[in-house]
Design a protein around this ligand. Structure first.
Ligand code: FE2
Ligand code: FE2
Length: 124
């Protein structure tokens, strides 16, 4: 699986998505080689929080109509990441499939919710 997020044409968001994809790659490599995944997952969570905060700010800025729905999607993704972190904290290990699953959420989210947001930002 290639961890590449398509560009949407809004530089700040594209840059943050590329960083999240890179974080997922680091996480996946750690998990695949049986290395501790805690710090890689921690970095992914930190960058994801930062990214969601950026999008939340942009949505407020333009009075985005579906702000609540989009924020709810972000909260769903974040709660899955926190669930994985809690798994690690109890001594369980992550499977490469977990990293792929995170990437699929990001990809799916980018392709729909974020694409709509970027479309709205372009008409600002
Ligand atoms: Fe988003
Ligand atoms: Fe995004």
């Amino acid at each position: 699986m290639r961890f590449v997020v398509p560009r949407l044409g809004f530089a700040l968001i594209d840059r943050q998505h590329a960083r999240l994809a890179a974080d997922v790659r680091v996480l996946q490599v750690a998990v695949k080689h049986g290395r501790p995944a805690r710090s890689a997952l921690g970095r992914l969570i930190r960058d994801t929080r930062r990214h969601f905060a950026t999008e939340d700010r942009l949505m407020r800025l333009v009075g985005y109509a579906d702000e609540a729905g989009h924020r709810a999607l972000h909260e769903g993704v974040m709660s899955e990441m926190l669930r994985m972190r809690a798994m690690l904290a109890t001594g369980k290990t992550l499977h490469p499939r977990h990293a792929e699953q995170i990437f699929e959420w990001l990809l799916h989210h980018t392709a729909e919710a974020d694409r709509n947001l970027v479309g709205r930002l372009a008409r600002r």
